[in-house]
Design a protein around this ligand. Sequence first.
Ligand SMILES: Cc1cc2nc3c(=O)[nH]c(=O)nc-3n(C[C@H](O)[C@H](O)[C@H](O)COP(=O)(O)OP(=O)(O)OC[C@H]3O[C@@H](n4cnc5c(N)ncnc54)[C@H](O)[C@@H]3O)c2cc1C
Length: 460
Amino acid sequence: MSDAQQVDVVVVGLGPGGEALANALTGAGLAVVAVDKHLVGGECPYYGCVPTKMMVRASDALAEAGRAAELAGDVTVRSSWAPVAERVSVQATDHWDDRVAVERLQKAGATVLHGVARLAGVRRVTVTPTDGSDPVTYEATRGVVLNPGTRPATPPVEGLAGTPYWTNRDAVQVTEVPGSLVVVGGGPIGCELAQVFARFGVQVTIVQHGDRLLAVNEPEASALLAEVFAEEGIRVLLGVELTRTSYASGRFRLTTSTGEELEADQVLVAAGRTPNLDDLGLETVGLDPAARTIEVDDRMRAGEGLWAIGDVTGKGAFTHVAMYQNAIARRDILGEEGPPAAYHALPHVTFTDPEVAAVGLSEAQAREAGLTLRVGRTRLEESTRGFTHGPGARGLVKVVEDADRGVLVGATVVGPGGGEIIGFLAVAVHAAVPVDTLRSMIYAYPTFHRAIEAALADLS
Ligand SMILES: Cc1cc2nc3c(=O)[nH]c(=O)nc-3n(C[C@H](O)[C@H](O)[C@H](O)COP(=O)(O)OP(=O)(O)OC[C@H]3O[C@@H](n4cnc5c(N)ncnc54)[C@H](O)[C@@H]3O)c2cc1C
């Protein structure tokens, strides 16, 4: 006889998708155990999207105030980190307290546990509570959903492990900005935070091992952002790695692969993410705990009685992917019909200023896929809106067409509101709207999105 407690579903890890799924399954009448070893809601609300976008909003306000001089006379601004720290700790994270999320789940009827969960065979999970009480094993008759997310990767730099360096988790909790900061990594997180701190007067250096910033984006977008960063005084070292780090008397000393010595008050490591798969008991269900992702089908199924959602599926480490997948897993678990997962029109945005937004395939990815391409480009500065907007209007639109089908398979927008404008192009890629149809539309004048019409006209 099994000593395990019987439930319908166990959700392991309550990132945005896991939390939503646990709520929905409970609402559908299932007995759900929802487990998180830290905060219910995961990285996004406490250490990721939400606090960083508050920081971005503050630094953008400073940049706009700076632009006012050219447009509307002198504005005097004395920047202060205090309102940012206050908004992040009070409004965004409730002082990194998940009480409200826990109560919401409990009210829905779920059993919410703070503990480390491990698979203990098919449909079985053992939870070791963080309060030190005895482990409990659950048998989930419908199955188990894995949503364990990722943690910051630590680059193998000599001496780094013994220093008080920051990850995103520390960066969102600062109450005072340092005088100088080395950001390791020029991906979305590194770029957003580098610009935020630079605009608050921090002397920032980005050390990026690749040959450009935002390597997943179009090279034109990387180049434009690098120009902006240079103008804002952010030093960007490309094709450079950190080789050695030490820390003494409040200062970091760093050596790079080119032999340069850097000094800084603080180091922020934003050099990729490590999936939380190593201690999940994956081997007990025949999966590889050393893998970087969990393979899922288009219903989010990862095995018998097993679903996985979120960053660990490798389909895009974004909250909107986790939320999209949560809805698909929910339908599958409840036996409901619905469209299978499709990622051909996945949008993503880096919230720098200008925002760098993209959907679908880049030109290089489309070429690799063997498509016959036509590519169109335009600069936002050349649009009437860019002209009237003046300072801060820098950007571009690039569209990538599968010429055989006459539809867009990818697009990039860099510019003010780039993350909003990309929505238009996401519809075009998602629904395979013919380019001829897009060309026959009326685009409001003078808007930034009207630049899409110019990019379509440039397709060649
Ligand atoms: C600085 C930063 C900024 C970001 N900005 C954006 C953005 O602007 N837009 C966007 O779409 N995405 C952004 N992201 C990514 C976004 O945060 C994630 O994609 C999102 O949180 C979804 O992740 P997830 O659901 O896979 O898991 P997570 O949010 O990582 O949650 C996983 C949860 O599982 C728990 N867990 C792990 N292992 C166990 C275990 N064994 N037992 C119990 N619990 C466990 C963890 O404690 C955690 O709470 C950002 C990320 C970072 C770090």
